[in-house]
Design a protein around this ligand. Structure first.
Ligand SMILES: [Ca+2]
Ligand SMILES: [Ca+2]
Ligand SMILES: [Ca+2]
Length: 196
């Protein structure tokens, strides 16, 4: 068997065993998540796991959010003096989303894994007729998105929808660790074979 054939064979075999990891963009639309309040609800996406803390509501009651494209369920603040959060189990390059409310303000922060703020957004008013996005928050390896209505002292209604998540890894298939390990051992295998 030629060296090239062994290389291709090893790649195919380890991709079958490990499965390629596809990175790119995925939109979180809150559909399929049980209604009510959650703590770190696990949303499995092709990009990796995302954990939602906050309230899932069945429909937006904000006309601006609906006009911006919100359909069905929404990600809302819990209304328990706390932030709603989306925690990402992978590095995120940017988040494009629509937001709303029927009064008060909205603050949205994007954090890195160490807790430093990478980007943020603030709007003084969310009453009818005020903008609802889309806006984009970006940064080097975002791991968490948090938002709240601080103007109404933890107002209970500050919804997001259609959160388009772009992974830092770009839209390319990634080799699983088993492939990298197999490729790393390949030269050794060829050497032993030549000795026989
Ligand atoms: Ca939705
Ligand atoms: Ca509004
Ligand atoms: Ca709420």
């Amino acid at each position: 068997m030629s060296r090239q054939m062994m290389l291709v064979g090893t790649l195919v075999l380890c991709l079958v065993i490990g499965g390629p990891t596809w990175a790119g963009t995925y939109t979180l639309d809150a559909e399929g998540i049980p209604l009510g309040t959650h703590t770190a609800y696990d949303i499995t996406t092709p990009l990796g796991h995302v954990y939602f803390t906050g309230e899932i509501q069945s429909i937006s009651s904000d006309v601006d959010l609906t006009a911006a494209g919100s359909t069905g369920q929404i990600f809302d603040t819990p209304g328990t003096n706390d932030w709603a959060t989306l925690d990402f189990g992978f590095d995120v390059a940017s988040l494009t989303l629509i937001y709303g409310g029927n009064g008060g303000s909205i603050d949205i922060y994007a954090y890195e894994s160490g807790g430093a703020v990478l980007d943020s957004f603030h709007q003084d008013h969310t009453e009818d007729g005020y903008p609802a996005g889309p806006i984009t928050l970006s940064g080097n390896n975002i791991r968490k998105l948090s938002w709240a209505d601080l103007d109404l002292y933890w107002g209970t209604y500050a919804p997001l929808d259609n959160v388009e998540v772009t992974s830092s890894n770009g839209a390319v298939p990634e080799l699983p660790p088993v492939c990298l390990a197999a490729l790393g051992l390949l030269p050794l295998g060829l050497k032993l074979r030549r000795r026989k």
